[in-house]
Design a protein around this ligand. Structure first.
Ligand SMILES: Nc1ncnc2c1ncn2[C@@H]1O[C@H](COP(=O)(O)OP(=O)(O)O)[C@@H](O)[C@H]1O
Ligand SMILES: [Mg+2]
Length: 352
């Protein structure tokens, strides 16, 4: 009897990070140990349909052929017939993947899956909510204001006046529920503010205005369930004026410092805050925690948590683990084990 565990990689997805997800899925697929695992892949089309495919490497036209399935199992053309003992690995970034929606489907199906639960995913995805939790735990965050579109529309002039009074330039305006720097503007002067607010409201009805921090961008990987561990931190050195979409995915001119060249005490502090941030949203499995570090006064600011970090060959999450002693294949193995443990734990409490 074949004792290999079946892993189902979920990739593609409806968000703007569709292409990145394909790259991440390819790397996960390539690093799964064939002696331990069999692999199946579910490709999510941008329109929400999904198909069972052999590998994330096959051409897109190929992936879009064959039987389609729908998000609602009862609307499907037929059953996918996946082995019952499969572990699901969502390698989906952004909305409809990293925000608890897919996790909800996997909970309904009662299957083990890698990474954060429905609640932790949703909390991590919403920058405004995540920041209020970080703040309540005493974690060092950047000064910010949350603005809802319904409050903004009747009070535009007043709100813009308040921002001008309370913040200095540059400041950042960003949608609350998105990633990949989409909809984010670095505002250098008051005449750029209105446009920045409009752009952010195009992507979400809730946005954030944040004090711009002049600092280095440091990231740290976390792994675990009840007893998470943190990796050595790494540094992202954006090519452009901030780490925007072009810089992240188009130009490839970003530089990385792996590990980050920072003082030992800063490294330790970042590792410690990373674990606290992870625990503050009751995260499980994995997360990458992003920071700003100001050298002149040694201040550290927690920026955000990513519950499904990039997994491409050049992504920080696996690279930071590699230099911290956990190579890509054993990282995946650990994530699968954590998923199985989490699922068993839940079953135990449900059955009690
Ligand atoms: N308060 C800030 N100060 C300085 N730079 C910022 C600030 N907020 C965002 N940025 C820049 O914008 C990038 C994207 O912002 P981030 O909050 O990480 O959103 P995303 O989820 O889209 O990655 C950051 O990596 C950083 O380069
Ligand atoms: Mg970011």
């Amino acid at each position: 009897m074949d004792k290999k565990r079946n892993i189902v990689i979920l990739f593609g997805g409806r968000s703007a990070e569709h292409e990145v997800s394909i790259k991440s899925a390819e790397a996960v697929f390539d690093h799964l140990d064939p002696n331990q695992f069999t692999t199946q892949c579910i490709y999510f089309h941008k329109n929400g349909r999904w198909s069972l495919v052999d590998s994330p490497h096959i051409r897109k036209e190929q992936m879009e052929k064959g039987a389609f399935y729908s998000f609602l199992p009862w609307n499907s053309e037929k059953s996918m017939g996946l082995p019952k003992s499969s572990v699901y690995f969502p390698v989906l970034h952004g909305p409809y993947g990293e925000d608890g929606t897919i996790q909800g489907l996997l909970e309904l199906a009662d299957v083990p899956y890698v990474g954060a639960t429905v609640m932790s995913s949703a909390l991590g995805m919403d920058k405004a909510v995540a920041k209020s939790i970080f703040q309540s735990k005493g974690l060092p965050i950047v000064k910010h204001t949350v603005i809802h579109e319904k409050d903004f529309i009747p009070n535009k002039t007043k709100i813009k006046g308040q921002i001008k009074k309370e913040y200095s330039f540059p400041l950042f305006v960003k949608p609350s529920n998105l990633g990949s720097s989409i909809g984010i503007t670095k505002v250098q002067s008051i005449d750029q503010l209105s446009r920045a607010l409009d752009v952010a409201f195009r992507y979400d009805s809730k946005i954030l205005v944040e004090q711009g921090i002049k600092g280095r961008e440091i990231e740290c990987s976390v792994l675990g369930n009840d007893h998470p561990i943190s990796s050595l931190p790494g540094e992202v050195i954006p090519f452009r004026s901030f780490y925007d979409y072009q810089d992240k995915y188009r130009e490839g001119k970003t530089k990385f410092g792996i590990p980050a060249q920072i003082p030992e005490s800063v490294k330790e502090k970042i590792q410690e805050i990373s674990i606290h941030a992870f625990q503050s949203i009751e995260c499980s499995g994995m997360a990458r925690i992003d920071f700003f570090y100001q050298e002149h006064n040694s201040k550290i600011y927690l920026n955000e948590i990513n519950t499904i970090p990039g997994f491409t060959e050049i992504s920080m999450y696996p690279k930071l683990w590699a230099i911290s002693g956990i190579k890509f294949p054993s990282l995946i193995e650990k994530l699968v084990t954590l998923a199985v443990e989490k699922h068993a734990d839940k079953k135990r409490t449900q059955d009690a």
